[in-house]
Design a protein around this ligand. Structure first.
Ligand code: GLU
Length: 511
């Protein structure tokens, strides 16, 4: 029999912004699909009306667009297995709900939320299952007439799966191997709610995986507890033979390694846990995103790929194509991966170095324009050169202004410590001489200028350090910055003269 075409899906519930762990799950699905020549599908699991958040679906789509993870089918793309939004598939699930009830695999339950709450208060370990269901209000404990009357009156109900107790359920997981669970620990989960006229996640997820011919379900570890229930449901629906293979990815852990990564860790340590900025429509709370923080999408992808997977050697910088070629679930780890956000910053630094100066300059340009007088003339070529000089020192494009502001704006103040240390008694006289020398130069490019200045210092027997330190102070306002003659070439003769003169007139003659 020919192998089935690989089909995997990412199936988020639009309950808020996409967590970075979800992005990693989607990425692994994508890498797996592309490696196997398969299809990757985006399905929106929005059957829980209580938890639906407007804008979340659009956010998810935008995040993947930014990250460069493309779907072959999905809610935003369409495809032969649509619709891809569960709320639009209402009529599809009805058949399976009815089938399960008719076959005695599920039953109707009439307990109100208040009654269930009261039960849980009375028995803290209460579980709706074989040991308790006959004490509850449902079609198994009631007579047919009672049930019929309730239904005829059009009252609300749910459908619950009927779990047979004390059966050993075996889950085969591609990462974790064989997992055996006693069915008695699983409760009679709600599969359908008449109030929404929609199935819950548990049923819709399986019906859709089946109908969409999903071959592999790669999901986060937090869904591992539902895997035995899913195995039971496939069995009840008669679909065991076409059940997808499961793989549950390891958890993302706090940077310190103790417990699951949460938004609070990001707030505490100052890193985003969402791909894009998110303004919560309900609370108004604003959460930062990798994009707005200045991360390059390639860096985020590379960083996430290695949190729970390795390429089999110690390579760290990998392009999407390389990751696709190397990706296997066998190389995913079982144990949680510490979310080392500093490593994420390291990746961003590396990816900035891999970009051309032109690309970085294009990203930096709006920031420069925004900070300068609207009328000022910003030369793109000049920015390209500046970027080339300081790229090595930055982690984010946003760091560029801090590193380069002096190229655009003459110092308005001088660092006090640097003045004390670097501005000597004879600095004004020496810089006056230097200014005269510079004024006489026709070629102001770095090399010839440097040569002329060096010869002059030599012939005068001045201290190279003293001159250069004072000169830098005059140009930059502090002791930082790239090679001094790269600075002079870029800011130009007129500006250099102006800055020397200002320093001489502003800084003290004797310190
Ligand atoms: N809708 C579930 C979620 O929000 C899907 C889990 C799964 O991949 O099956 O994550």
């Amino acid at each position: 029999m020919p192998e089935k075409k690989v089909r995997v899906r990412f199936a988020p519930s639009p309950t808020g912004p996409l967590h970075i762990g979800g992005v990693r799950t989607a990425l692994y699905n994508y890498l797996f699909a592309k490696k196997q020549g398969g299809n990757f599908i985006l399905r929106i699991e929005d059957t829980d009306s209580q938890r639906f958040v407007p804008g979340a679906e659009a956010y998810i789509i935008e995040a993947f667009q930014w990250l460069g993870i493309a779907f072959d089918e999905g809610v935003h793309k369409g495809g032969p297995y649509g619709p891809y939004r569960q709320s639009e598939r209402q009529s599809i699930y009805q058949k399976q709900v009815n089938q399960l009830v008719e076959n005695g695999r599920a039953y109707l339950a009439f307990d109100t939320p208040e009654e269930l709450e009261a039960k849980r208060k009375e028995f803290p370990n209460f579980q709706y299952d074989a040991s308790t269901r006959l004490q509850m209000k449902n079609s198994l404990s009631w007579s047919e007439k009672e049930t019929k009357d309730w239904m005829d009156a059009g009252k609300q109900y749910v459908v619950r799966i009927k779990i047979e107790p004390d059966k050993i359920i075996t889950v085969q997981d591609m990462i974790r191997g064989e997992i055996k669970v006693n069915s008695s620990i699983i409760d009679d989960k709600v599969l359908y709610k008449s109030a929404d006229q929609l199935p819950t996640y548990h049923l819709a997820n399986i019906v859709d995986d089946h109908l969409m011919e999903i071959t592999h379900v790669i999901r986060g570890e937090e869904w591992l507890p539902s895997a035995p229930l899913h195995v039971i449901l496939y069995n009840y629906l008669g679909w065991t033979d076409s059940m997808p293979q499961f793989a549950h990815l390891p958890l993302l852990l706090k940077p310190e390694g103790n417990g699951k990564l949460s938004k609070r860790d990001g707030d505490r340590l100052g890193f985003p846990v969402f791909p894009l900025q998110w303004n919560d429509p309900q609370s108004g709370e604003n959460s930062s995103g990798y994009r707005e923080k200045g991360y390059l999408p390639e860096a985020v992808i590379n960083f996430l790929a290695l949190l729970g997977w390795n390429p089999g050697d110690d390579r760290e910088i990998l392009s999407m194509e390389e990751m696709i070629a190397l990706f296997t679930l066998e190389k995913c780890s079982k144990s949680g991966a510490k979310f080392d956000y500093k490593k994420g910053e390291w990746f961003n630094h590396q990816y900035i170095q891999l970009k051309s100066n032109e690309e970085i300059a294009t990203m930096f340009l709006p920031d420069v324009r925004h900070r300068l007088e609207p009328a000022s003339n910003v030369e793109y070529d000049k920015i390209v050169k500046i970027v080339g000089l300081v790229k090595e020192r930055i982690t984010f494009v946003q760091d560029l202004w801090e590193q380069t502001a002096f190229f655009f704006i003459a110092p308005t103040r001088y660092d006090e410590k640097a003045v004390k240390k670097r501005w000597k008694e004879d600095s004004p006289a020496q810089l006056t001489e230097l200014a005269a020398l510079l004024a006489s130069l026709d070629d102001f490019t770095a090399h010839p200028t440097e040569e002329k200045v060096m010869n002059w210092i030599d012939s005068k027997g001045y201290s190279l350090g003293n001159i250069m330190n004072a000169f830098r102070l005059a140009l930059v306002g502090e002791s930082k910055g790239p090679h001094i003659f790269d600075i002079t070439e870029i800011i130009g003769k007129k500006e250099v003269m102006k800055r020397i003169n200002t320093a001489i007139s502003v800084l003290p003659c004797t310190v």
